[in-house]
Write a protein that binds this ligand. Structure first.
Ligand code: HEC
Ligand code: HEC
Ligand code: HEC
Ligand code: HEC
Ligand code: HEC
Length: 268
């Protein structure tokens, strides 16, 4: 009897201790009240939990506005609530945070054609379950819904080429860093190139994408030249290193031979 009381006590303690952690993740009135709703009012919560936004602490109110601490006033426009955006308002809605992408997007073919059905952010990335972006988003199924895939395929091709160069450069700089070389400058330049590269796509114009990826590729080319220069001194060092080791070995062998001959002479 006393044992089960003890067990119950432990269970209550464990529940109490883990409660704050659970609450912390869901500690907004938005999530509390919407959890008790149904259909499209409740569904965003489970989807959002899987998203890169949830992983980075971006919650309902960061996108929709409103007051996450006040049950009654949460969705009042006086507390900054902006609700769910219409189709054409989505780019500015997301662009409050993704400024660089928004700038590239709005002067591109999709941004300019948004009133005639141009794709916007949510069409490609989704809304509540947004994940890390990659070139896999450019594929025949998704990109041939509104027009032919041909131009999309050309864009994908130039991007994949540059993406491969970026990945190779990252690997090279990582290797040189671990060997003790100062690669800060090259890493800084790679970081900038990577950032501007990942925005280029949103302009979706074949010629512009080609021109801009060419610019990025030429900067990446400079990095790989520097890497090659370091590698070649590294190669020479290795060569001299092996020559020195070879000489040492040779000296050792000669020493042994001399000693052997000396010992044999002593014996006889
Ligand atoms: C007390 C319950 C409650 C709270 C708290 C609450 N909501 Fe809602 N929310 C609702 C209900 C009910 C609806 C549907 C009816 C309506 O639009 O008023 C709704 C609708 C919405 C919509 C859709 C509006 C549209 O234009 O279609 C969004 C977005 C939303 N809520 C976000 C939030 C955010 C963000 C918060 C916290 C800052 C929040 N809600 C807090 C109950 C709540
Ligand atoms: C990354 C920004 C973002 C976050 C975070 C976010 N939403 Fe939304 N939400 C949107 C967008 C954009 C729409 C407009 C729907 C569309 O265009 O697909 C929307 C629409 C809605 C709607 C209208 C119904 C629907 O699905 O269209 C509700 C309700 C809603 N969101 C609730 C929430 C709740 C609750 C949370 C937190 C769990 C949340 N949202 C988090 C971007 C966001
Ligand atoms: C036609 C489809 C499409 C549309 C519309 C679109 N995106 Fe993208 N987005 C992509 C693709 C594809 C990538 C990956 C590009 C790459 O890796 O170079 C991407 C990448 C991103 C990234 C990651 C950038 C980085 O630095 O890694 C963000 C953030 C993003 N998009 C936000 C947005 C926002 C905000 C909008 C609306 C203004 C939008 N996207 C519109 C397809 C789209
Ligand atoms: C309140 C600021 C905010 C809003 C609004 C917002 N995001 Fe984000 N978003 C972030 C943060 C922070 C990250 C994680 C850090 C990063 O990768 O930039 C992120 C990450 C992303 C990524 C992954 C980027 C990558 O590196 O692959 C995509 C795609 C994205 N958001 C799209 C959107 C879309 C589409 C909308 C509108 C529906 C939106 N975001 C609205 C802040 C925001
Ligand atoms: C919701 C519909 C829709 C979807 C989905 C869509 N697009 Fe578009 N796209 C348009 C519209 C509208 C235009 C402008 C009219 C035109 O040029 O066909 C356009 C134009 C383009 C152009 C032509 C730009 C130029 O050179 O003038 C390219 C490239 C393009 N889209 C790429 C893509 C890619 C890549 C995807 C998939 C990631 C995609 N689109 C998905 C609607 C869409």
């Amino acid at each position: 009897m006393s044992r089960s009381v003890c067990c119950a006590f432990v269970l209550v303690m464990v529940a109490c201790l883990s409660l704050p952690a659970l609450l912390l993740a869901d500690d907004t009135v938005c999530i509390q009240c919407h959890s008790g709703q149904s259909g499209s009012l409740e569904a965003p919560i489970a989807e959002w939990r899987t998203s890169i936004h949830a992983g980075n602490g971006i919650s309902c109110h960061d996108c929709h506005g409103g007051d996450p601490t006040d049950f009654d006033m949460a969705m009042d426009s006086e507390r900054g609530f902006i609700g769910a955006p219409d189709y054409v308002d989505v780019p500015a809605f997301c662009g409050r945070c993704h400024v660089g992408v928004f700038d590239a997007y709005r002067v591109g073919a999709h941004g300019e054609a948004i009133d005639e059905g141009g794709a916007q952010c949510v069409v490609c990335h989704g809304n509540h379950a947004i994940q890390n972006a990659s070139l896999d988003l450019i594929n025949e199924d998704d990109c041939s819904q509104c027009h032919a895939y041909e131009r999309a395929a050309l864009i994908r091709l130039s991007l994949v080429e540059t993406d491969t160069m970026i990945i190779a450069a990252e690997r090279d700089l990582d290797r040189l860093y671990r060997l003790g070389f100062a690669v800060d400058d090259m890493q800084g330049s790679l970081f900038n190139q990577r950032n501007s590269f990942h925005r280029i796509f949103h302009g979706v114009e074949v010629e512009r994408v080609r021109q801009e990826t060419a610019g990025v590729q030429s900067e990446l080319g400079k990095i790989s030249e520097e890497v090659a220069a370091i590698d070649s001194t590294l190669g020479q060092r290795k060569l001299w290193g092996s020559v020195v080791i070879g000489l040492f070995l040779l000296a050792g062998v000669i020493f042994l031979l001399v000693r052997k001959t000396y010992e044999e002479e002593e014996k006889s």
